[in-house]
Design a protein around this ligand. Sequence first.
Ligand code: TRP
Length: 441
Amino acid sequence: MTRESWGTRFGFIMATAGSAVGLGNIWRFPYTTGEEGGGAFLLIYLLFIMVFGLAVVMAELVVGRMTQRNPVGAFKRLGGGQWPLVGMMGVVAGFVILSFYIVVAGWTLAYVFLMAHGSLADASPANLEQVFGEFISNPIEPVLYAGIFMGLCALVVAHGIGSGIERASKIFMPILFLILIVLVVRSITLPGAEEGIRFFLIPDWDKVSTNTFTAAIGQAFFSLSLGMGALITYGSYMPKDHNLPADASMVVVLDTSVAILAGFAILPAVFAAGLSPGAGPGLTFITLPAVFAAIPGGQFFGILFFILLAIAALTSAVSLLEVVVAYFVDEHKMSRRKATIMVSLICFGLGIPSSLSLGVWDAKFMDKGFMDWMEYLSVNLMLPVGALFTALFVGWRLGPKAIKAITNEGTLPVPATGLWLFILRYLAPLGILWILISSLN
Ligand code: TRP
């Protein structure tokens, strides 16, 4: 059977940008920027995207395209020895990340309905905090929403690359952009928005600490879907004649633009409503509904916002599921349908304790609940380790062969290929090692 591939360049870019653009951009980025002091964080984040982000995105895509395999098969084919373990860790990370990603994504679905129902209108931030707390600690509802979300994801992935993931992304990503633009216009035209714009754009270097750097680099990798072979898998469906560096740059630009636009959609509105941007993860679910309750047309924009979040989360979760499904299809010769159903059920099962750990099951292991552990192990440990080995692999093991592959055997003029290898060999490994060490402390 021949391997499926993306139908068009546009389709590939939408699908890959769909993977990158997710809760990371619209939920995590604005609240992390809020916590880390605004403009200075933004600049450091942009620097890391340009130095490390693009280089590692290209590295993952090229490994996928050279081998046309899932991450385990790809490392087996090009590296042999112990290298497939890097791919295996990616597949495990995919399972783990997806299991809690669907929980948060489920909240966004629930909030579409809560907004539409009007139960978040006229509420004070204190009330909204209570609404949110009661919702996520309920043992049934959030689990059901996570299940619904997992089902939607499975539906897309079961249809395969072209008529599943590519088609869904080509429809959803442009909608997402439109909704985001509408929200940005609403936010920056509110009276009092300037203060938020200033907070977002003007660096205040006094607020920068080592933590700002580790938060920025971690955010950059998570946002670009790096470190677990999602882009190896997406690259494996990429036709050999595509211009990989150009497409990779486009994806990075889109992902970064959405993060910045999400910042403009959220931070000025939060300031205009006289609230604080430093609310942490609750910014989207507590602070923002308070903003929507306070502004003209708030209910409409609120519904739009949570639909936006759910769409972004769906195309990202699809890429996490696809990595694991591709592994079972390629390496264990399972049918796509069967692999999708099996993996989705297991992920949902693993998501249940995550959701319950925010309510009825409040056991803590070393200060962290179950969901915190899942997030910590996958995002703070497996992803950086995966990205580290991928950079070393492409930089040292493949070296000039990788350059040959990204230039389509020397037929494409690609600038700065030497710099690319230099980053993969030295800068990225050192940078990643540094986040790992500081996050372990
Ligand atoms: N990038 C997505 C986001 O910003 C999340 C995501 C999807 C991801 N696939 C990934 C993160 C693979 C790390 C690895 O929400």
